[in-house]
Design a protein around this ligand. Structure first.
Ligand code: GDP
Length: 361
């Protein structure tokens, strides 16, 4: 499955946040025998539709979609100069599908900042610089080879041109993602073979003081620093406290700081979207479940997420939109009213589709 790597300068609250993440692990809650990797935190993607469906179908349990966060430890400054930890750090980022930077915005004088001052803007630049330098090194290594290859292989001409374009952007101090160059775009796909870091989607977590959680002017200012990436505002210590409380107590604590959902829930939702993922829903008396697919996946691809046999033997998908199902109150009623559609192998899954697959075994 796709993963999001958590990075950040030392002392910004990564471990605190990660502890909260692992305490909240939805895998541990739903699959008691699952193997849990020490550096992976699995967060549920909140979806209020699941409880509604579980009510309609009388489901025994509800399984939300999940996102995997990987704690990428290691010093960052100078990482691009290679050697030991730096190399490992970059290799771990290379394996992630998106990059989540934790940024310190909380003031606490008792917690030392590595650069002596709290400045989100500088911290973002410090991390970006390492990633940009690493990409420039990859490009410098690849360029002579691509120049040679492009004399004989026509398809390499476009790759070389893309590399030259990317180099310009990186040399100006920008990440490729910030210029819209990511997987799935023309330039992003041409650059794929270089395994660059800054074409990955970015996401920013501002670890803020509690009073800043409700400070809209402050949040707008910080969000502008990282656009087009998404910014999330949370207090890591509060998240750790929340992860130790039962639902009712957690809700009370959240309300006392003016929040309607935990920061981790927001992180799950935004992280999921940042990875370019989407869900479809299945429901029955045993369970209601959100299944993860890539945005734009077809019905057979969606079936394959449940079981490869479902994809191989795919016949049809019976699809009812969540809104129609809720309005009709049951599958039988939705069928009677003509709201259940039979979709074939070219159907592109839509958000909120409630699905039952028909397949040959
Ligand atoms: P890491 O080095 O990025 O993993 O940072 P840690 O999670 O170890 O946090 C560094 C220090 O900052 C610890 O003493 C934490 O208790 C403290 N800390 C983390 N988050 C917050 C926060 O939201 N507010 C305050 N005041 N301190 C925090």
């Amino acid at each position: 499955s796709l993963t999001i790597g958590i990075v950040g300068l030392p002392n910004v609250g990564k471990s605190t946040l990660f502890n909260a993440l692992t305490k909240n692990d939805v895998l541990a809650a739903n699959y008691p025998f699952a193997t849990i990797e020490p550096n992976v935190g699995v967060v549920g993607v909140p979806d209020p539709r699941l409880a509604v469906l579980a009510g309609i179908f009388g489901s025994q349990r509800v399984l939300p979609a999940t996102v995997d966060f990987v704690d990428i430890a290691g010093i960052v400054r100078g990482a691009s100069e290679g050697e030991g930890l730096g190399n490992k750090f970059l290799a771990n980022i290379r394996e992630s599908d998106a990059i989540c930077q934790v940024i310190r915005a909380f003031k606490d004088e008792n917690v030392v900042h590595v650069d002596g001052k709290v400045s989100p803007k500088d911290d973002i630049e410090t991390i970006n610089t390492e990633l940009i330098l690493a990409d420039l090194q990859s490009i410098e290594k690849a360029e002579p080879r691509l120049t040679k290859e492009s004399r004989l292989q026509k398809e390499k001409v476009a790759v070389l041109a893309a590399v030259v374009e990317a180099k310009k952007i990186l040399e100006a101090g920008d990440t490729l993602f910030s210029k819209g160059i990511t997987k799935g775009t023309e330039l992003g796909d041409l650059l794929h073979e270089l395994h660059l870091l800054t074409t990955k989607p970015f996401l920013y977590v501002f670890n803020v003081d509690e009073d800043e959680l409700t400070d809209d002017a402050f949040k707008a200012e910080q969000s502008a620093l990282v656009a087009p990436a998404e910014a999330i505002f949370l207090n890591a210590k509060l998240e750790q406290d929340l992860s130790e409380l039962d639902d009712e107590e957690a809700l009370e604590l959240l309300q006392s700081v003016g929040q309607d959902e935990p920061g981790l829930a927001t992180l799950g939702r935004v992280g999921f979207a940042t990875l370019g993922l989407q869900t479809y829903l299945t429901a029955g008396p045993k369970e209601t479940r959100a299944w993860t697919i890539k945005q734009g996946a077809t019905a057979p691809e969606a079936a394959g997420v449940i079981h490869t046999d479902f994809q191989r033997g795919f016949i049809k998908a019976e699809v009812i939109s969540f809104a129609d199902l809720v309005e009709c109150g049951s599958v039988a009623e939705a069928r009677a009213k003509g709201k259940a559609r039979m979709e074939g192998k070219d159907y592109v899954m839509q958000d909120g589709d409630v699905v039952e697959f028909r397949f040959n075994v």
